[in-house]
Every structure is written in C-alpha cells, then in structure tokens.
Design a protein around this ligand. Structure first.
Ligand code: DON
Length: 203
C-alpha cells in the first residue's frame, strides 16, 4: 500500500557532463524548475510538466522564485526572453573540447560554472578543487554576497569592511566537470560535486 508522507524532494534540476570514447562531449542541464514543476503528470506518459514560465517575468519589479528580477524584455509574451540561468558549457581548445561543465542551482548556476572555470584555468587548481572549494554568489538583487562555509575569512572581512553584506549559504551549485588533457597519461578527469550525491562513472 502506498501512503502519504513527508518526502524530502531534492532540487529540481539535473546536470550531466559526458564524453565518449571518440571524444564526443555532451553538456546537458534539464529542469522541472520548481519542486514537482507544474505538479501535473502527463496522463499515460508518467512524467511531470515543468513550471518554466516562472523564468519569465510576471511583471516588472516582481522577482521569480529564484529571486531573479526581470522587466518588459522578459515578459510572458511572444518574442520575449526568459531569465533562465542554465549554463551547460563545453570549452574548446584548438577546436577540441577541453572542459565539459554545468550545474543545477537556479541563479547560482552561472556563478558556479564561471568560478569552476576560473579556478581551473586561471588559478590552476586541480579539477577536484575547482569544483569543491567553497564558492560565492551575487545576483544583483538582493544586494548580498552569499558564501559557502569555509570561504576565506579574510576575504569576507575585507568585503564587509567595504560595506558588503555577506551571508553564509549551505550550498552553491552541484557542479559536474570533465577535464580533458590530450597527450596526458590520464587524459580524462571527471569530478562529481561532493556537495550532493553526485557520481562520476567511466565505462
Ligand atoms: O532556468 C533556470 O534558471 C531555472 N529554471 C533553473 C532551476 C534550477 O536550477 C533549480 N534547481 N536547482
């Protein structure tokens, strides 16, 4: 018998970073948007419809469920553009994929992806550190900087001294990243974010 209960539903977005034996890569982020999407199951097909309309702006000055603030350009009408943050990314070097990356996380998606890339490319971190080191996030409004536990304390102090409000957040993104280094003894490194129950598999 199936009974009702308190089921903890995880966040609604999933990201996959994939590479095959021939070097083809796929970066895909798929989402229901909100919890259970529109809460409508397609009869006979068994899947939920999303509520992605929330990524448009219902009216100027009213943020969506992730706090993203749009205007006329993002209205729910033809020819307008939604505020989606989804950022499935493939970085090319000499025309060939060298990094495959993406994450769920609403408005924190682009900040998680860019920080992972900057960590890897500019700060020369390992792929594992690039994904797992504490991240920060700012999305214009609310005018606050979110940092994960373990974020460098001196940086937080310096930001606060400049007048920024810094708020600790439990989790910023769940980034799945593949680094491809042609010519290396171990050319593929796949990192599953330790923030979640993510996994990296090779076949
Ligand atoms: O497209 C967007 O930006 C949102 N629909 C993404 C929602 C999301 O990542 C929620 N889960 N973590």
């Amino acid at each position: 018998m199936i009974k009702e209960g308190q089921v903890e539903e995880s966040k609604e977005t999933t990201h996959l970073s994939v590479i095959d034996g021939a070097g083809n890569t796929v970066s895909v982020t798929t989402t229901l948007n909100g919890s259970y999407g529109s809460r409508t199951v397609v009869s006979g097909a068994g899947f939920l419809l999303n509520n992605e309309m929330d990524d448009f702006s219902v009216k100027p000055g009213v943020p969506n469920m992730y706090g993203a603030l749009g205007a006329e350009a993002n209205a729910i009408s033809p020819g307008k553009r939604m505020l989606s943050s989804m950022t499935p990314t493939i970085v090319l070097k000499d025309g060939k994929p060298c990094i495959v990356v993406g994450t769920p996380g609403g408005t924190t998606i682009p900040t998680s992806v860019i920080q992972s890339l900057v960590n890897l490319v500019d700060f020369k971190m390992t792929a594992e550190d690039a994904v797992n080191k504490p991240k920060f996030h700012h999305q214009w409004l609310p005018d606050e900087i979110y940092v994960e536990k373990g974020f460098d304390k001196s940086t937080v102090k310096a930001l606060e001294a400049m007048g920024y409000k810094v708020v600790e957040w439990e989790q910023i993104g769940r980034t799945e990243l593949i680094e491809i280094k042609k010519g290396n003894a171990k050319p593929i490194t796949a990192i599953a974010d330790k923030r979640g129950d993510d996994s990296a598999e090779g076949y």
